[in-house]
Design a binder for this molecule. Sequence first.
Ligand code: S3P
Length: 173
Amino acid sequence: AHDSDQRRHIVLIGLMGAGKSCVGRRLATRLGWDFVDADSEIETAAGCSIPEIFERHGERYFRDGERRVIARLLAGERPQVIATGGGAYMDAETRAAIARAGVTVWLRADLDVLVRRTARRDNRPLLKKDNPRRVLKDLMEQRYPIYAQADLTVDSADGPLEASVTRVLQALQ
Ligand code: S3P
């Protein structure tokens, strides 16, 4: 059984475009908590952008860094809202670490929403080649059964993000 004090953080998981960073930031504001974005922390630690990390060192290297950064964030004493990159929760060690230190919230969105939201920025190496819709669809099939291990699942539909934030807060009650 988990000690509720040990599970102090709120950890957002979900696919690229699910709104983890935006919802996470607003959620933290509403709770009066700190917010931290794991992808940004990885970029700071590496001194370059995620596309550059993939390009220069490959995905394996990125995943190793991601695992370390998330472990460090989870070790923080102060409760915080942590947005993770879409692949982070697929790592068994990271999944176990998250389960020990936080309540996991899966922001789930449908394919059309993910395609639309990810098209706005060109910062995701996994969507660079090939057809983004097909990549996202494959990732949904691979990852959703694992994401389903989250403590809570919240719909991150189109529309005002504030509505998703409210749904997360309701689910947490
Ligand atoms: C990835 C998602 C990205 C980023 C990297 C890999 C993934 O984060 O970590 O490009 O494997 O789904 P977002 O989910 O924040 O876009």
